[in-house]
Design a protein around this ligand. Structure first.
Ligand SMILES: [Zn+2]
Length: 369
């Protein structure tokens, strides 16, 4: 591993100002680097789907032998990542304290670039390599959602975008969906004839007060934090409209379906009892995934890590990531840790040695395909 080269490239990427939707400059630089490595580039229009200025970068390098593999990282970062000055101290890289570090996810980007470079420099015959650098991940997985997977030949993908020490492989993540109940009551003058009205706010309050929420079991939660009414300003009219909005999360897709059924029947029953009407909506932010430990995608990375003397740690992640979307779209993928911690905060830091080894890991995976 050319550590200095990796370090310099990482710092170069961190110092480019980027936010979700504004990835044009970093994408331009990455395209140039990928072209120098012999990749053919395709750009899509993913940015347009969320008001961004830039699309995903898809890079393909034809193989000298059979086989294909895909690596993915995201180019954007959470807010608070402009004007980053990385500081190195005892093998740890951190920001100067007033910004994030953006090791999430530039450590992934730089590890992929270096891994590919090393594999090419080895002079061995390589399989086809596909690289996907997405946009808008932090703002809502927008790049992945808009991505047309027919651009890829690989049915297997390594997403270098997980916190933790090198060796951690994320084989599952919860799904999340938004739930909404819209309650229709009946308006009536609040002073003259309140008994003729049906109070939608009260019906909604009853729904929420008697509903099972919070931690539902070891891997399912729900939370309703948005209460709203179109008639909120009219104090002299019985409230005829109310909306209850929230989210549910689970590592198991069927549990989300079952909770949705419970949510609907619970609200419907109360609406019926109070003479109100109710309408429902569900919107999937992302669905959960769970890759079995004996899957090919895990077998290969396990072998590569073992050769490096690193023990694989397979476990589930806590949040949604691009991998949720790609698994949903039929590409089997896992998250790979690159050594960063406390991402999304100004305390974010990166174990440089883990980062260098992530580059080596990419090179070894390519050689094992
Ligand atoms: Zn990330």
């Amino acid at each position: 591993m050319k550590k200095q080269r990796m370090f310099d490239e990482l710092v170069e990427l961190m110092q480019i100002d980027v936010s979700s939707g504004q990835e044009t400059e970093i994408a331009g630089l990455l395209v140039k680097k990928l072209e120098q490595l012999g990749f053919t580039i395709t750009r899509d229009e993913a940015g347009e789907t969320f008001g961004g200025a830039c699309g995903n970068v898809i890079a393909v390098r034809e193989g000298e032998r059979s086989g294909v593999v895909c690596f993915c990282s995201h180019m954007d970062r959470v807010p608070g990542g402009l004007g980053i000055h990385p500081v190195e101290e005892d093998g740890i890289l951190k920001s100067s304290g007033d910004t994030i570090l953006a090791a999430d996810d530039l450590s992934g980007v730089a590890a992929i670039l270096e891994g590919v470079r090393e594999a090419i420099e080895s002079g061995e015959k390589l399989p086809k390599v596909e690289i996907l650098f997405t946009v808008g991940e932090e703002a809502g997985l927008y790049g992945a959602k808009a991505f047309d997977v027919s651009h890829l030949e690989s049915k297997m993908m390594y997403v270098l975008d997980s916190p933790g020490r090198i060796g951690r492989v994320v084989n599952g993540a919860p799904g999340r969906a938004l739930l909404e109940a819209q309650v229709f009551g009946k308006a009536a003058h609040a002073g003259n004839e309140p008994e003729k009205g049906i109070d939608a706010a009260k019906v909604m309050a009853e729904m929420l007060a008697t509903m099972e929420t919070g931690r539902l079991d070891e891997n399912t939660t729900s939370n309703f934090s948005s209460l709203w009414s179109k008639s909120a300003k009219a104090m002299n009219v019985v409230c005829d409209h109310a909306i209850l909005r929230g989210e549910m999360r689970s590592r198991v897709g069927e549990k989300m379906d079952r909770y949705e059924e419970y949510f609907q029947s619970h609200c419907r029953e109360i609406a019926k009892k109070r003479g109100a009407k109710v309408e429902f909506k569900r919107e999937n932010t992302f669905l959960p995934f769970q890759i079995p430990e004996d899957a090919e995608v895990i077998r290969i990375i396990r072998e590569a890590l073992t050769e490096m003397g690193i023990e694989i740690q397979i476990n589930a992640g806590g949040g949604g990531m691009d991998a949720n979307i790609f698994n949903q779209k039929g590409i089997t993928c896992v998250g790979v840790a690159t050594g960063y911690f406390k991402n999304h905060s100004t305390e974010e830091y990166l174990h440089l040695d883990d980062f260098y080894r992530a580059g080596e890991l990419v090179a070894r995976i390519i050689q094992k395909i």
